[in-house]
Design a protein around this ligand. Structure first.
Ligand code: DGL
Length: 265
């Protein structure tokens, strides 16, 4: 059990999940994969995303991970079930299922769900919230789902490292201005979006954010309740793309150095 947890995303967004895992489970080691060479994931079809996920999980298994966290809403909503079938002995935790549970518990009357095109197209989040609310007899939660294809590439381009960036404000207004005053809660359905809360607040006003990273970290903590490691936790970062760009943005998110290695598949 003295093995790392694998965490992956299309790029730096999954680091927002790493932060939550570190907060809750500081002694667990992590292997992080940011598939930046093939980002963004949000415009890809399920078949392609399953194949990328499979390749990443095989890479992580060679690094002897004990579990995998899909720190990517897009993979979670398109590839989770298939990859669980393909790797039956590996615990896999996604972000969308824990997010749906968190929303059902929070019971907002009317909320917005921001995610990638592929996540919104899958309709998974809405289906899970509807089924969960019905089964526990809660009243229906009205969800306004919005695909935001510009957001993740903007974060990967480093635009979120600057506070109050007018380009992000403009994009957020474009996606959400009509919901201002209508919703009081926004679910950050893509792991890049917790880095955009200033732009989202600008567009929507003061609202509650639900960050699925919190519920995802809790879920992994349920599987490994006590730290199984006695050694000092280590995080190793890998990227399929440009190491310098990854490390520049990662440094901003993690508030510390990270020296990613290039993945050789
Ligand atoms: N961060 C990912 C997600 O949670 C992927 C974003 C993208 O690459 O389009 O959906």
């Amino acid at each position: 059990m003295n093995k790392p947890i694998g965490v992956f995303d299309s790029g730096v967004g999954g680091l927002t999940v790493v932060q939550e895992i570190r907060r809750l489970m500081p002694t667990e080691s992590i292997i992080y994969v940011g598939d930046t060479a093939r980002a963004p994931y949000g415009c890809k079809d399920a078949e392609t995303l399953i194949s990328h996920g499979r390749e990443i999980i095989r890479f992580m298994l060679k690094k002897k991970v004990k579990a995998v966290v899909m720190a990517c809403g897009t993979s979670s909503s398109t590839s989770y079930e298939q990859l669980c079938k393909e790797f039956p002995d590996l615990p896999i935790v996604d972000t969308i299922r824990p997010a749906a549970k968190a929303v059902i518990a929070a019971k907002p009357k009317e909320c917005a769900f921001a995610a990638t095109v592929a996540t919104v197209k899958s309709g998974l989040f809405e289906r899970l919230v509807k089924a969960g609310s019905q089964s526990n007899g809660s009243s229906e939660i009205k969800i306004h789902s919005r695909a935001c294809p510009l957001f993740a590439p903007m974060v990967e381009a480093g635009l979120a490292t600057k506070k109050n960036n007018p380009l992000l404000f403009f994009a957020a207004e474009n996606y959400f201005a009509d919901l201002r005053g209508k919703v009081d809660t926004l679910i950050l359905g893509c792991t890049h979006y917790p880095l955009l809360t200033d732009a989202l607040t600008h567009a929507l006003g003061e609202i509650e954010f639900i960050n699925p990273a919190t519920a995802t970290a809790k879920k992994i903590n349920e599987i490994f309740p006590i730290s199984s490691s006695e050694e000092k936790a280590k995080i190793k970062y890998f990227t399929s793309g440009d190491e310098k760009n990854f490390s520049k943005i990662a440094k901003f998110i993690l508030k510390g150095e990270c020296n990613p290695k290039k993945i050789i598949w």
